[in-house]
Design a protein around this ligand. Structure first.
Ligand SMILES: NC(=O)c1ccc[n+]([C@@H]2O[C@H](COP(=O)([O-])OP(=O)(O)OC[C@H]3O[C@@H](n4cnc5c(N)ncnc54)[C@H](O)[C@@H]3O)[C@@H](O)[C@H]2O)c1
Length: 362
């Protein structure tokens, strides 16, 4: 009999994932899980998260959710790529080593191109260079090694395009000049985003608990103001709120406190729980779905598969404007939330384009 006090272990067979692979190399300390949600549109692409999970069950839950999210993101971005993700369990500051990363690379190689990896939380371009010494299916390598480098450049550019589309949808004009925009988190993506907004003449307010990041930003952009924390930021009189830090930025409390009419930011998984999208809708706030507007990074690293060309990747990331506008218009026409509209559009592309594989090509 099952002990009722034991939390349920996530079951890979209880989901719609195609394949879940557990990788173990005891000597280097590697414990990794690779999850492939869908290859309907092509090989699965998604980053490797290196994180000190509290339990193996937490790691499995995370990789299952993240890989599904990548399938939707890649589909909506118009890429011929499926969705996958990997997690390495452990503290990257103490556990990461050349041997561990190369061992991981050998496991990715065993999937023979069904899964391409990239950077995520806890992994960086030089790590991808090491993984690539054992494996042919790696993106996000350093520019010196033929890679796309830091994906936050086009992630920020894509969020900026999503914001212009939201402005067009709501105010009938793409211009963000004079708009009051709050950016929570000025790390890799947030600081590039602030650059685009300042260049366009927006009135930008930021917050970040990491003081050196704020100081560096204010030095580069003296016209930008900072406030003490996210609570203070969302209560500022804002036109647009851009969550660019952690997930769960939009919860019951923050949605009620928000003054902004638009939410458009880079953070993944912004909606803290189901039902938040409805609360945003009820308050008349236009929500540009996170995975729609933050796809610039995956567009950037996906370009590596054709031999990286920054200008081509940037041109592709510009399409986030059209995609976001399409999602917002579809949501309005159907009377549904933008998140649901984005999901439906991604699912339809996986179905329609994926079906073409049934036409046999000799
Ligand atoms: N880097 C990419 O290409 C990319 C692509 C898609 C999505 N994202 C998502 O965008 C977000 C930002 O990514 P990043 O690469 O800039 O990460 P980052 O770690 O460089 O920056 C995050 C910043 O948020 C700050 N922060 C932490 N808690 C905060 C809080 N409560 N309020 C305000 N700021 C806070 C941190 O101090 C840090 O400066 C993440 O959610 C990430 O998953 C990033």
């Amino acid at each position: 009999m099952t002990d009722p006090s034991t939390p349920p272990t996530p079951s890979a067979f209880g989901t719609r994932h195609e394949q879940v692979v557990f990788c173990h190399d005891e000597a280097s300390g590697l414990k990794a899980i690779i999850a492939i949600y869908s290859t309907a549109l092509g090989p699965a692409l998604g980053g490797t998260r290196f994180y000190p999970y509290a339990s193996e069950a937490d790691a499995l839950t995370d990789v299952l959710n993240l890989s599904q999210g990548m399938a939707y993101k890649n589909a909506l971005a118009g890429l011929d790529l499926g969705g996958g993700k990997a997690v390495i369990i452990g503290d990257p500051h103490t556990l990461k080593s050349e041997t561990l990363l190369r061992a991981y690379g050998r496991f990715v190689q065993t999937l023979n191109g069904r899964y391409f990896t990239a950077c995520d939380v806890g992994t960086f371009s030089p790590d991808m260079d090491l993984i690539a010494r054992e494996c042919d299916f790696v993106t996000g390598r350093t520019v010196e090694h033929g890679g796309a480098g830091d994906s936050s450049v086009l992630t920020a550019f894509g969020v900026y395009q999503g914001m212009r589309a939201s402005a067009q949808h709501l105010w009938g004009d793409t211009s963000l000049a004079g708009k009051r925009i709050g950016v929570a988190g000025v790390g890799k993506v947030g600081r590039h985003l602030v650059g685009h907004l300042v260049d366009e003449g927006a009135d930008v307010v930021v917050t970040d608990p990491y003081a050196p990041a704020v100081m560096a930003l204010l030095q580069t952009h003296p016209g930008v103001r900072s406030v003490v924390d996210t609570d203070a930021l969302i209560r500022e009189p804002l036109d647009v709120y851009a969550p660019c830090a952690l997930g769960g930025a939009l919860d019951d409390e923050s949605v009620q406190a928000l003054t902004a009419q638009v939410v458009c930011g880079a953070a993944n998984n912004q909606l803290a729980h189901e039902g938040i999208e409805k609360q945003l809708q009820d308050r008349g706030i236009t929500y540009a779905p996170d995975y729609c507007v933050n796809a610039g990074g995956v567009i950037q690293v996906a370009d590596e598969l054709e031999g990286f060309d920054f200008d081509r990747a940037k041109m592709r990331a510009t399409s986030i404007y059209d995609t976001t506008l399409g999602v917002l218009e579809h949501a309005k026409a159907e009377g549904i939330s933008p998140s649901l509209a984005a999901d439906r559009m991604a699912e339809q592309r996986m179905r329609d384009v994926g079906r073409l594989r049934s036409v046999y090509l000799p």
